[in-house]
Design a binder for this molecule. Structure first.
Ligand code: ARG
Length: 441
């Protein structure tokens, strides 16, 4: 394995230790960010006269060449050969351009290098998640608009009041809208301070221009503190928390979808594309897609615990524990992206059954609150109205009928204020247009 160190070593590294220590398997995902950071660093070294303009130019050209070759596949990032992505880039650079390549790491440490790579990667990762959140919301809005029907709304998983199917789906859009904002906030905070130039932990004796690299890489300013700059991973914790929150929301949506496609509800049918069958029961069509999303929420919560625990005992400044941040962050990112995509597919392809929803509305007295509202509008105090309607429900239970099936005389026996217009107030399609309920349409 080619290393960036070794001068003070006499013995060889244990083979298993090499594998244990290598961060390349996940770190190679930073290849673009590592090269981008290195280009900014080389340009600054040249501008500040720390290396010659010629060396800076050939380093930048060499790095661009590596970028193009990794992109095209001509230069594979082979695991086992390099300790980390920084070693891969620097050693390949020197192989290409010779002596000048060895000057790239002047006034820099892998500690500030990986800190800047991680931030740049996290920024792209958050943007990718935001795109998937948008795509899912588009699918939710479309499914809601394409199916303008009423359904039972639930509290305690008991039928409560009528709501529109669209309003139900839009509830999830609100959660995802907040998730997007949360990601934006985390990225904004993260991109305030650039860690490049903090060195290993104590800056450098070279007259570097940290403001120049910070600006080129899209940060507001250089970090104020070297020790914190290289060892800050707050933003990863925050982003993994944001992913965990997204998965919590996705899991709630999954749970609804799973209930809706059960025979007991039959509000929706999932497309074959997002269902699977049973190896023994030929009739089964299972909502595995939604169940897997619900299951992934547990894994992402695990990543959040992992990264918080990873960081809590680390003395200043860099410690190798921090290299494991990738093993918490990247699987959580992958699961989040995958679950958002799958959920978009589930929603975009499911069939909605408005008749089944309508039928479910008919039993369970979901218009009881609306009847109480009617009484209030006829001068009955709400607490009394609540009591009267409770009696009406008891009567209906006795007769096995709905409130709107009771004849006017029966209703008037319960409360003389009731007139024939009560049936309008008991009609779901009509009451959904009253008061602020119309906002659900
Ligand atoms: N390989 C490390 C990582 O990917 C960066 C190197 C940190 N510095 C060090 N002295 N080992 O997080």
């Amino acid at each position: 394995m080619a290393n960036l160190w070794g001068g003070r070593f006499q013995g060889a590294e244990d083979e298993q230790m090499k594998r244990f220590n290598s961060s390349l398997p996940l770190g190679k995902r930073y290849w673009k960010e590592d090269i981008t950071g290195s280009i900014a660093h080389a340009r600054m070294l040249g501008a500040c006269g720390i290396i010659s303009k010629d060396d800076a130019e050939s380093i930048i050209e060499g790095l661009k060449g590596i970028m193009a070759d990794v992109e095209s596949g001509a230069l594979p990032i082979t695991e086992g050969e390099y300790e980390d992505i920084h070693s891969f880039v620097e050693l390949n650079l020197t192989r290409r351009i010779g002596e000048a390549g060895k000057r790239l790491h002047t006034a820099r440490s892998r500690n500030d290098q990986v800190a800047v790579d991680t931030k740049l990667y996290a920024r792209h990762a958050a943007a990718a998640v935001e795109d998937k959140l948008d795509a899912l919301c588009t699918a939710l809005v479309k499914a809601g608009s394409d199916n303008p029907c009423l359904m039972p709304g639930y509290t305690h998983l008991q039928r409560a009041q009528a709501v529109t199917f669209k309003h139900t789906l839009m509830a999830f859009c609100e959660m995802f809208r907040r998730d997007k904002k949360r990601l934006n906030n985390a990225v904004e905070l993260m991109m305030e301070d650039c860690p490049l130039g903090c060195g290993a932990l104590a800056g450098t004796t070279h007259p570097i221009d940290r403001a120049m690299t910070a600006k080129e890489l899209g940060f507001k300013q250089p970090c104020a503190n070297f020790l914190d700059g290289i060892s800050d991973r707050d933003y990863l914790c925050e982003l993994v928390f944001d992913f965990a929150m997204i998965l919590m929301h996705l899991s709630r949506l999954s749970e609804s979808v799973i209930l809706w496609c059960s025979q007991e509800f039959h509000f929706v049918t999932l497309s074959d594309a997002y269902s699977t069958g049973s190896s023994i029961m030929p009739q089964k069509k299972n909502p595995d897609s939604a169940e897997l999303i619900r299951g992934c929420s547990g894994l992402v919560y695990g990543s959040l615990m992992a990264i918080l625990t990873e960081m809590k005992g680390i003395p200043l400044a860099y410690n190798k524990d921090m290299q494991l941040d990738k093993r918490a962050f990247m699987p959580a990112l992958d699961d989040t992206l995958m679950c958002l995509e799958i959920m978009r597919g589930i929603i975009a392809t499911m069939t909605v059954h408005p008749e089944a929803m309508k039928k479910a509305l008919k039993s369970g007295f979901l218009n009881a609150t609306e009847l109480a509202d009617y009484l209030v509008k006829h001068g009955v105090p709400f607490r009394d109205a609540h009591e009267i309607v409770g009696k009406a429900v008891l009567l209906c239970e006795d007769k096995s009928c709905a409130i709107e099936d009771l004849p006017l005389e029966e209703l008037q026996k319960l409360c003389p204020a009731i007139g024939p217009d009560v049936y309008g107030q008991l009609d779901y399609e009509r009451t959904i247009r009253l008061g602020n309920k119309a906002e659900m349409l």
